[in-house]
Design a protein around this ligand. Structure first.
Ligand code: OAD
Ligand code: ZN
Length: 414
C-alpha cells in the first residue's frame, strides 16, 4: 500500500481550490460498536455481464458473496479493532484476488408484500426506471472510501488492503487512534506522517465521482454527503454547494487551543507536513490540525444545517462504498421517508439491521413494511458505469472523464 500511496503522493499538490470554510462544529463522530450482520437469506443475485445483461444466479454462485464469506467479510466487529475480528485467510482471498463480478440482488418477496419496485424487477432495472421516468429528481448520495479506492486511495476497513490493517509501523494502541482527537493531543506525529502520505492533490476522480457529477449536471442531485477527505468530488467538478464533507477536509486548519482556534492556511500546514515538522501555533504553541473530523470531535455544522431539508425532500437515496460503521453518518439512511427507494452499491452487504426502520432491509424480512431497498454488490465504478449505460448516459459520462483528463493535466491543475 505504501508504495502506491507514495507514488500518488509524489503527484500531490496543493491544486485544489476549495473555498468553503469549515464552520463551528456540533455533534461528534462515533463508531457503531454492534451491528446486525445478516446473511444473504431469502434472496438471489444476478451477475451482470459487461453488456449490461442481468443473469439470475443462486447466491452461492456469486464469487465472494456466498453466505459464509459474506458474513465473515462483513464482520467488522467492535469499533477499536475493525480488522482483528475479520483476520482470516478466506477474507484476504476475497480482497486480494480480482474484484468479484457485479451482482444485483433480487429478493424473493412473499406474494402479498408491498414494494416500491415492480414485482420481479432487479435492483438495477428498478433504479434505472425510477430515474428515467422522472420519479427521482432529488437524489441524495451518501458515500465513503469505497468510491475512491479505484483512484488508488485505500479505504479504511477492507481486510488486508484497508488503512487500518496497514498501520503497524505507526505503533498505535489501536488503528483508529490515528484519527482520535485524544490520541492526537498526546501523540500527533503518527497523524502527520500519514497525512503526508494521504495528502490530497492530484488523485484522479473515479467513474463514481463522475457519475455523481453527472447527476448534478442533470439537476438531479439534491446533495452529495461524503465521509471522504480526499476532495475528489470537488476535483471532479461537482459544485461545492452540492457537497457536504461530513468528516471535514484538509483544506483549512486550526490551532486546537480552545481559546485560540487560529486559522492557518493549507499551504502553510502542507509545507510543515512535507518538511516532517509538527505544525504549532505561533500565537499559543498548541498543535495545529487540518479540519478533518477526528473521532471524539464534532462534525461540521454544514452537515447538521442541511441534513434535515435534504433527507426529508430526498426521493432516491444512493449509498456507495461505505461500511456504514461510523455515526452519525451511518444513521442518515434512516432519515429519508419510508417510501423512498434506497440503493446500496458496495462490495459487501452493510447497514442491515434487525429492527425495522433502523437500516436496510434488502431481503424484505420486515413483514408489513414497504420494500424499498435495492442492492448492487460489487465495484462502485462498475456499477456507476452500468447505471449510466442503462440510463443512456454512457457517452456523457465518458465525455465528463475525457474533458477532465484534458483540462486537469498535472500542469493545468496547478
Ligand atoms: P470503510 O473502509 O469503513 O468502508 C469502505 C466500504 O467500501 C467497505 O464496505 C468496502 O467493502 C467497500 N469498498 C471498498 N472499495 C470499493 C469499491 N471499489 N467498490 C465498492 N465498494 C468498495 O470506509 P468508510 O465507510 O468511508 O472517519 O469509513 C467511514 C469513516 O471511518 C471514514 O470517514 C473515517 C474512518 O475512520 C474518520 O476519519 C472520522
Ligand atoms: Zn493557538
Amino acid at each position: 500500500m505504501k508504495s502506491s500511496i507514495d507514488e500518488l503522493a509524489n503527484r500531490i499538490e496543493n491544486a485544489l481550490s476549495i473555498d468553503e470554510k469549515i464552520r463551528p462544529q456540533q455533534g461528534s463522530t462515533d463508531e457503531v460498536t454492534t451491528r446486525d450482520q445478516s446473511k444473504l437469506g431469502n434472496a438471489e443475485h444476478a451477475r451482470i455481464s459487461k453488456d449490461g445483461n442481468v443473469n439470475a444466479e443462486a447466491d452461492q454462485n456469486c464469487v465472494g458473496i456466498d453466505s459464509d464469506s459474506t458474513s465473515s467479510s462483513n464482520d467488522y466487529g467492535a469499533s477499536q479493532s475493525s480488522s482483528s475480528d475479520s483476520d482470516s485467510d478466506d477474507e484476504r482471498d476475497i480482497y486480494s484476488g480480482p474484484p468479484p463480478p457485479l451482482a444485483v440482488h433480487m429478493p424473493l418477496l412473499p406474494a402479498d408484500s408491498r414494494s416500491v419496485f415492480a414485482k420481479d424487477q432487479s435492483a438495477l432495472d428498478a433504479i434505472v426506471e425510477i430515474i428515467r421516468n422522472g420519479r427521482a429528481k432529488k437524489i441524495v448520495v451518501m458515500a465513503g472510501a469505497g468510491i475512491s479506492t479505484d483512484a488508488g486511495i485505500p479505504d479504511f476497513r477492507s481486510p488486508g488492503t484497508g488503512l487500518y490493517d496497514n498501520l503497524q509501523s505507526y505503533n498505535l494502541p489501536y488503528p483508529e487512534a490515528i484519527f482520535s482527537i485524544d490520541y492526537f493531543k498526546k501523540s500527533p506525529k503518527p497523524f502527520y506522517v500519514l497525512a503526508k502520505e494521504l495528502y490530497p492533490g492530484q488523485f484522479v476522480p473515479t467513474q463514481s465521482h463522475f457519475f455523481i457529477k453527472m447527476l448534478a449536471d442533470q439537476g438531479l442531485l439534491q446533495r452529495h454527503y461524503t465521509q471522504n477527505i480526499d476532495c475528489l468530488e470537488r476535483v471532479a467538478g461537482i459544485d461545492p454547494e452540492l457537497i457536504v464533507e461530513a468528516h471535514g477536509s484538509f483544506h483549512t486548519a486550526h490551532c486546537i487551543g480552545k481559546k485560540c482556534r487560529k486559522e492557518f492556511s493549507q499551504s502553510w500546514v502542507r509545507e510543515k507536513i512535507f518538511a516532517d515538522e509538527i505544525p504549532r501555533c505561533d500565537t499559543c504553541t498548541s498543535l495545529i490540525k487540518p479540519d478533518i473530523t477526528f473521532f471524539g470531535e464534532g462534525l461540521p455544522s454544514r452537515f447538521f444545517d442541511l441534513l434535515e431539508h435534504d433527507f426529508s425532500s430526498c426521493d432516491l437515496l444512493i449509498v456507495m462504498g461505505t461500511s456504514l460503521l461510523v455515526q452519525p453518518f451511518a444513521s442518515l439512511v434512516n432519515d429519508v421517508a419510508e417510501s423512498v427507494p434506497r440503493l446500496l452499491i458496495n462490495r459487501v452487504r452493510v447497514g442491515e439491521a434487525r429492527l425495522p426502520g433502523s437500516g436496510f432491509d434488502f431481503d424484505g424480512k420486515h413483514v408489513g413494511r414497504l420494500h424499498r431497498d435495492a442492492l448492487i454488490l460489487g465495484d462502485c465504478d462498475e456499477a456507476c458505469s452500468l447505471l449510466a449505460e442503462r440510463l443512456g448516459w454512457a457517452d456523457r459520462l465518458a465525455e465528463l472523464r475525457s474533458t477532465f483528463m484534458l483540462q486537469k493535466t498535472p500542469a493545468a491543475a496547478r
